[in-house]
Design a protein around this ligand. Sequence first.
Ligand code: HEM
Length: 298
Amino acid sequence: MGAAPYGHLWRSLRRVAASELFSTTRLVATTHAREHEVKLMCAHIYKESSQKVELKSRFCDLLNNITTMAMMGKRYYGDVIDARDVKSAPRFRDIMCEMFKVMHAPYLGNFLPLLAWIDFGDAMEKIKNEINTQVGSQRLLQENDLDKLSYLQNVINESLRLYPTLPMLLPRESSEDIKIGGYLVPSGTMLMVNAWAIQRDPILWDKPDEFMPERFEVKLEDKYKMLAFGVGRRGCPGTNLGYRVLGLALGTLIQAFEWKKIGDEEVDMNAFYGMSTAKLKPLQAHCIPRPDMIPLFV
Ligand code: HEM
């Protein structure tokens, strides 16, 4: 869909995806599958928790399994593969790997807040308190808790503001002559929107380079200054799904484990900015499972 020019094909794909994949009914119907995948991820991390945990692979497996479960009802990643698929899984993963090189890399990049959160500092304590108050420790966090976890949502938004997934959005082309800011833009001109620059513009944001989740406590009046999911007709159709997966995965990891970065230095946030953003160094961390949570995911 993202590669289709504006026209009949794009409209059809968008319509089908809106009803079959991204409608609230579909999202609610598939909640359980995502919660199950996050639980399996916690079990996997628990097994490795005596050593350094490498989180990038865990998140990749999570997102890949959520995708293949939605497409085919099967899991091909991580260590719980359907016994009938053990033989075919490596071949399938090779094919997916080639496909993802072309189309899925941005999708993984979208989940950047999952690769950059160990260094949240004070924000980490605030998220823990919020989860403790709103969810407790008798059960794992669920997607329908997310509406109550406003601080967690603010942290996710702030991470996406500082590190937008698609720093230049998708390219646009003017379909007719148009005036923008006093300039004539002739029909057929390609327009690139620099979301990264807009989201760090000091005219639009107070202390733009600082991590301040509180700024999202107030509803943004200007919808064009936060472009993490794009805007307009070509805006991201997976916005709600994206928020659900991010909130669920991040919230559950913080609820189930105590996290510590390796060494005292700040997490290296250098990023690769291509079509999509990716953290250059995979995130590694120490974690200790919370004793009262262990029976909920093993
Ligand atoms: C945190 C998660 C996500 C972020 C930050 C994100 C971000 C974006 C952005 C910035 C765009 C370009 C919008 C524009 O140019 O105006 C986009 C487009 C798109 N996204 Fe997402 N996305 C996320 C999750 C997803 C998911 C989960 C899916 C599908 C499973 C998805 C599918 C798409 C598609 C198909 C397009 C192209 C839409 C079109 O051309 O009409 N995204 N996304």
